[in-house]
Design a protein around this ligand. Structure first.
Ligand code: PGA
Length: 258
């Protein structure tokens, strides 16, 4: 988090959890902290409106866990930019490894969605990350670079520079496993991603892009991960579902961002 131009981002990915009553309970248990950082929650589509009502007065932004590139039309099961904006979302998470693994999403598809969404004023967070097999065979850099090249269009330079396109590095082997990347592993991967952005775009884009770490982030490893010079935030799954652990993570973030 060393770079002065990059604002810390703490994001909670709620995956397929919660009903509206659970959302109310979550917010009543939240010990809110604010400060010079961005907080985003990514609930299921059906919860966006409820989350936005409770979150936005606290300055918390809301995002969808996916969204279509298309404006409207015969696309059964898809949700458009206008639909998510209508209920209070301003972000979309794209290419999460669970979408890639279980629903056949590809980096090329992520690129199409990102392009359509950015054009409709939705900010995007693009997830990349290597599998354990990639890491063990020494293919981490190659995998990350391939995902980035295929996910990013030349036209995204402006969005990277103005912060409406962010990257989340989520090593697949660390997601929901309780195994967190070490700070050295996270910093090394974030450096690889930043270097790949610089090769693809320009140094300006590489300096500006926020790269979040995700994968078993918990209150007890938040501070060390966020202290890495190239880690600009965290994308948190499990620990964002409990108001107590999420409040702790936010408190740590607000201290670091102060
Ligand atoms: P986790 O999930 O924090 O539960 O590992 C992270 C994510 O999938 O975004």
């Amino acid at each position: 988090m060393a770079h002065p131009h990059r604002k810390l981002i703490l994001a909670g990915n709620w995956k397929m959890h919660f009903t509206r009553a659970d959302v109310e309970k979550f917010f009543s248990g939240l010990d809110h902290s604010s400060g010079n950082f961005t907080q985003i929650l990514f609930p299921s589509f059906t919860l966006i409106e409820t989350v936005a009502r409770l979150a936005r007065p606290l300055g918390i932004e809301v995002g969808a866990q996916n969204a279509s590139a298309e404006k409207s039309g015969a696309f059964t099961g898809e949700i458009s930019a206008d639909m998510i904006k209508d209920v209070g979302a301003s972000w979309a998470l794209l290419g999460h490894s669970e979408r890639r693994q279980f629903f056949g999403e590809t980096s090329g598809g992520v690129c199409v969605r990102a392009k359509g969404l950015l054009a409709q004023n939705v900010s995007v967070m693009i997830c990349v990350g290597e599998t354990l097999a990639d890491r063990q065979s020494g293919a981490t850099q190659k995998t990350l670079e391939k995902q980035l090249i295929e996910s990013l269009d030349d036209s995204f330079a402006a969005a990277i520079e103005d912060g409406t396109l962010t990257i989340a590095y989520e090593p697949v082997w660390a997601i929901g496993t309780g195994v967190t990347a070490t700070t050295a592993q996270a910093e090394e991967a974030h450096q690889m991603i930043r270097a790949a952005i610089e090769r693809r775009f320009q140094k300006r884009a590489a300096d500006a892009v926020s790269i979040l770490y995700g994968g078993s982030v918990k209150p007890d490893n938040t501070e060390s991960l966020l202290s890495c010079p190239n880690v600009d935030g965290a994308l948190v799954g499990g620990a964002s579902l409990q108001p107590a652990t999420w409040s702790q993570i936010i408190k740590i973030g607000s201290k670091i961002a102060a």
